[in-house]
Design a protein around this ligand. Structure first.
Ligand code: PLP
Length: 436
């Protein structure tokens, strides 16, 4: 038994869902009351889940209720909760050294993960890596590097895109106006184009809109340092652009000497069935942003760039904690697992999930559209409130999901998810949708 009196018997194979109290249970209710008295009101707690521990795709709350985790908190825990290889790497590094600022000194764990990223990045030729703590810092680094390398001031991103919440990355984010409200003025020289769905007035999308509208009316292409794009929009609704869309952007960048920054913070590290989502389109970025799943839950993110692009001088950029050795050790273990089979599992279970949900949607009109790639799957409900109701109904049945976009529920389980767990999730979603 543990301090909380809950039997320490949770494994990745434990049955889930297994709900033992009303939700929230007494311990969760007490924690929520304490939390809400002292934490930032900006935190959007979506349902009353108070997490105690996790194994594989199973989360146990503080009352001993077990949930099937299709969030991976959020698209982060690539190798699953408490993967033995990742935990062993963390423990070994903890016993050696916790921290020794990687910006100022050499750490083997930093070199290890950078070598792996150099080998795995979807960029031919020599690359360089800079590691940070969070996705938003990776995007900030990409923005600074793009300006520094090109000497140009402006950047273009896409409507519906999410790149983070610090002021530079927030200037590129165009996911929900609430995220920008009251925080202006943002970084000057940030422009937005429609993602793949054509813009109402012009009928144009992506590269065509940038060429025809932005370059003619708002910014000379010679003033644009970079175009920032998610190969699949994440927070914007798990939107997958059609084949060729990303390649057209690459071509536009090449024509104007603009850097293509592919933000794979959410879509990378095997989530879509390949190491990087842009590999599905055969498109190479100049700068790749990584984060979330990289260290399976420890804070690590960064950029991998063409070596000739990463030409800033010593002192030009750095971070006290970025590339922390414990996080780097977790990242090397995670990348090994993703390479050795988890990306393949994401492709296999993702295809199964997509086809089962597509079939389910033919029986339940509430599920208006199902789309995605690998284990990055979005389900459209009729409207925003309906999506939230579906998310809540799944939670009440022991399945953890999260809304995204205007009216979607996203499924982003750990990459170790099994076919059986996918089937359980489909049956809960069916039951939840039928109840609404
Ligand atoms: N970029 C993308 C594509 C993301 O999905 C996110 C977070 O959801 C970020 C950047 C920001 O990452 P973080 O929350 O770690 O700052």
């Amino acid at each position: 038994m543990t301090m909380t009196g809950i039997a320490d018997d949770l494994t990745a194979d434990s049955t889930a869902p297994d709900l033992r109290t009303a939700l929230p249970g007494p311990n969760a209710s007490a924690i929520i009351a304490r939390d809400e008295a002292v934490t930032s009101p900006s935190l959007t707690r979506v349902y009353p889940l108070a997490v105690r521990r996790g194994r594989g795709c199973v989360i146990e709350d503080v009352d001993g209720n077990r949930f099937l985790d299709f969030n991976a908190g959020i698209a982060v825990v690539a190798a699953g909760h408490a993967h033995p290889d990742v935990n062993a790497a963390i423990h070994a590094q903890v016993d050696d050294v916790l921290h020794y600022c990687s910006s100022d000194f050499y750490l083997p764990a930093y070199a290890d993960v950078s070598e792996r990223l150099a080998r795995l990045a979807p960029i031919s030729g020599e690359t360089r890596t800079f590691l940070s703590n969070s996705g938003t810092e990776a995007v900030e680094a990409a923005l600074k590097l793009a300006r520094h390398h090109t000497g140009r001031p402006n950047a273009i991103a896409f409507l519906g895109g999410f790149h983070g919440r610090s002021l530079g990355s927030l200037s590129l984010t165009a996911s929900k106006s609430r995220q920008r409200s009251g925080f202006g003025a943002l970084t000057p020289g940030s422009y937005h184009a429609p993602y793949w769905n054509p813009h109402g007035e012009t009928g144009l999308t992506g590269a065509d809109y940038i060429d025809e509208v932005l370059f003619k009316k708002l910014t000379d292409p010679d003033d644009v340092a970079a175009i920032f794009v998610e190969p699949i929009q994440g927070e914007g609704g798990y939107i997958v652009p059609p084949a060729g869309w990303l390649a057209a952007l690459r071509d536009l960048c090449d024509r104007h000497g603009i850097l293509l920054v592919v933000d794979e913070v959410q879509s990378g590290i095997g989530r879509t069935g390949t190491m990087w989502a842009c590999e599905h389109d055969g498109v190479e970025p100049d700068i790749l942003c990584v984060g979330k799943g990289l260290a399976s839950g420890l804070p690590l993110a960064g950029i991998v760039a063409r070596a000739d692009v990463m030409d800033w001088e010593p002192g030009g950029h750095g971070s006290t904690f970025g590339g922390n050795p414990v996080a780097c050790a977790a990242a090397s273990a995670t990348l090994e697992l993703v390479e050795q089979g988890l990306a393949d599992n994401a492709a296999k279970v993702g295809a199964h999930l997509l086809s089962a949900l597509t079939e389910l949607a033919t029986q339940l009109p509430f599920l208006e559209q199902v789309r995605g790639r690998g284990l990055m799957i979005g389900i459209d409900a009729p409207d925003h409130d309906a999506a939230e109701a579906l998310q809540e109904a799944c939670f009440r049945r022991g399945l953890l999901t999260l809304t995204c976009g205007e009216r979607s529920v996203r499924l982003a389980p750990p990459l170790v998810v099994t076919i059986e767990q996918a089937d359980t999730a489909v049956s809960i979603i069916g039951d939840a949708a039928a109840s609404l």
